[in-house]
Ligand binder design. Structure first.
Ligand code: SAH
Ligand code: SF4
Length: 354
């Protein structure tokens, strides 16, 4: 498709576009841009939800500290290593360790040790992505030196006013602090990912257009973004009842692919919550990463950042089987045992070495 206007006004126009044919043309065009720049393979990151303990209180999130009805868990080292071994044997190539945010020294050391052990057990073959919230830059450095090479930390919204509305004003949830953490990660040398929630209360099309331009301006390497989903045991879930809109998320993915042809873009689980084939549709709209859940069944139901999370009764093997079947049906090829690094990250290293 020619002439996709990627100015702020152009982006807003697309986000508000209702004409089915035009939206379809935009999504198809994003797929073609992906195919031309980074190929059509989908890369997998096995997701291990290490722990639902969290010191924060983000107003949208089901495992926020103040939600007393959540049974808190923390996987043992053995459980994490078992899951890592499963990922390695399943040829996933790469995994993500995600958890609530904690900063104690004991916890930091535990993560360092886990990263080292996972590297060791897989002969250095498994790529490791962390998604463990805001940390001091020396902590990020310690985990990087231990072997983690990618980090995901969403800005949630590039608009500081909106960020302030969806977080408590208690001095522990600052937009500036979040931005600094993202920039620290980039400086240390991580392939750095960010993202936003789409369709939040108070959020406008202008905000979403700004989110896309923010990602481009800071030169992010990876993006994971998806629909905001209500969790009733949260302040936001109690107050608002927005219907999630998959098409808006697909348009965000497609526009971002136009803006940043060589980055990694995830087809997120939240998209699968509102549509059984949501992730596959995102792949067809320009995304190239899927994060199958590998958390053991016993604790899955306790890691509900939003409601109706799919597959909470499944184990890693069932999740894997279902995903492969879905992708096969849609004719989507998987890059087995490949790290699937962000091409944009490789480009930025080349620029530095010149
Ligand atoms: N504690 C870490 C990682 C776990 S939360 C962190 O906050 O970075 C990971 C992501 O889940 C968050 O960045 C947020 O964008 C998303 N999330 C939380 N609650 C959500 C909800 N109700 N709907 C959609 N996404 C949500
Ligand atoms: Fe904790 Fe992350 Fe949820 Fe915020 S979004 S409450 S930091 S798990």
């Amino acid at each position: 498709m020619e002439n996709v206007d990627l100015s702020k006004e152009g982006l807003v126009g697309w986000l508000e576009e209702n004409d089915e044919q035009r939206v379809k043309a935009l999504l198809d065009s994003a797929y073609n841009i992906k195919a031309k720049n980074i190929g059509t393979k989908v890369f997998l990151r096995g997701l291990i939800e290490l722990s639902n303990k969290c010191s924060k209180n983000c107003c949208y999130c089901g495992i926020r500290n103040a939600n007393k009805s959540v049974a808190r868990y923390e996987l043992s080292e053995e459980q994490v290593l078992d899951a890592a071994l499963f990922a390695w044997k399943a040829n996933y190539g790469s995994l993500v360790l995600q958890a609530g945010e904690r900063t104690s020294l004991a916890y930091v050391k535990k993560v360092t040790h886990l990263v080292q052990q996972i590297k060791h057990l897989s002969n250095g073959e498994l790529g490791i992505t962390l998604s463990l919230g805001e940390q001091e830059s020396d902590v990020y450095k310690e985990w990087f030196d231990a072997g983690a090479h990618r980090y995901l930390l969403r800005i949630e919204s590039s608009n500081p006013d909106l960020f302030a509305k969806i977080h408590p004003r208690d001095g522990h949830h600052s937009w500036e602090r979040r931005l600094k953490a993202i920039l620290d990660l980039k400086d240390i040398g991580y392939q750095t990912g960010t993202g936003v929630m789409i369709g939040m209360p108070y959020q406008t099309s202008e905000d979403l257009a700004d989110d896309l331009l923010f990602m481009k301006n800071i030169g992010i390497h990876m993006v994971g973004m998806g629909p905001y989903l209500k969790h009733s045991q949260t302040p936001m879930g109690e107050l608002y009842n927005e219907e999630p809109n998959l098409e808006l998320s697909l348009k965000m993915v497609a526009l971002l692919r136009h803006l940043m042809p060589r980055i990694n873009i995830a087809a997120t689980t939240a998209m699968q919550v509102i549509d059984k084939y949501g992730r596959e549709k995102a792949i067809m709209a320009g995304a190239n990463i899927i994060m199958p859940n590998m958390t053991i069944t016993e604790v899955r139901k306790e890691y509900q950042i939003y409601e109706n999370k799919p597959g909470i009764e499944d184990d890693a093997a069932i999740s894997k089987g279902k995903l492969e079947e879905n992708l096969r049906t849609q004719g989507i090829e998987i890059g087995w045992m490949e790290w699937g690094d962000s091409k944009a990250f490789g480009d930025s290293l080349q620029m530095k070495n010149k």
